[in-house]
Design a binder for this molecule. Structure first.
Ligand SMILES: [Zn+2]
Length: 220
């Protein structure tokens, strides 16, 4: 790929697939082996930048960086880390909108590996299944902890919830700031990005409006 095209894809945040592009060999190495490999390569990056890794303050950075990538920021790449999403019978037959708001988004942009931070607001209308509220937060956390594009993050959460809850009636809205927009490139400190994905009854404007009213009136 030529350098202009590389910059263009990054600046326009173009994503090519709903699924995170993973190699077939993605999990051949275990976490410890990955940390070791990344530690080695990151020390080379630091040295290339001219940093002295014999300095006490810097010597542990490649290890800290590698461990943070594998165990924290990108733990959601590994399907083994996916939260168990137990659902329950909808015994009380609640069949109106349930809205879970202000779910923290801590993610990273896959084009620049810089933070994406903000909130997700999610609603569904139960059919025969309901889900524990904190499970929605855990699912969001899991998909956020991968190199991401905001549109794909919204879709991955939506599709999973639709499958687990056995209904199309789900809506996912994410409003987030991208450090790659605020700290580099255009350096806009105030703009943020909103994405909204939905299916089923949320295709109807009245349902979307009810959702948006709840979010707007109760979210600080
Ligand atoms: Zn970016």
């Amino acid at each position: 790929m030529n350098k202009d095209l590389i910059e263009n894809i990054g600046d326009n945040h173009i994503s090519s697939n709903v699924n995170t592009p993973l190699l077939p060999t993605a999990f051949d190495k275990n976490d410890d082996e990955k940390i070791k490999t990344i530690q080695h390569h990151f020390s080379k990056i630091m040295e290339t930048l001219g940093l002295d890794l014999t300095d006490d303050s810097l010597s542990g950075t490649p290890y800290r960086f590698a461990k943070m990538y594998v165990k924290e920021l990108f733990y959601g790449l590994n399907p083994e880390n996916k939260p168990k999403l137990s659902v329950f019978e909808n015994k009380y037959s609640y069949n109106k909108m349930l809205v879970e708001q202000n779910i923290t988004i801590d993610s990273s942009c896959e084009h620049h590996f810089l933070p994406i931070t903000g909130h997700a607001h999610i609603a569904y209308i139960p059919k025969d299944k309901v889900i524990g509220l904190s499970k929605i937060n855990r699912l969001v956390d899991y998909y956020a902890h991968r190199p991401q594009v905001q549109e794909r993050l919204s879709l991955q959460i939506l599709k999973d919830l639709q499958t687990i809850l056995n209904t199309e009636d789900v809506i996912v809205m994410i409003a987030a700031k991208h450090l790659c927009v605020s700290s580099r490139g255009i350096k806009d400190k105030d703009s943020f990005t909103t994405t909204i994905e939905y299916g089923g009854c949320f295709e109807k404007k009245a349902y979307r409006n009810e959702f948006l009213n709840i979010v707007n009136n109760t979210t600080k």
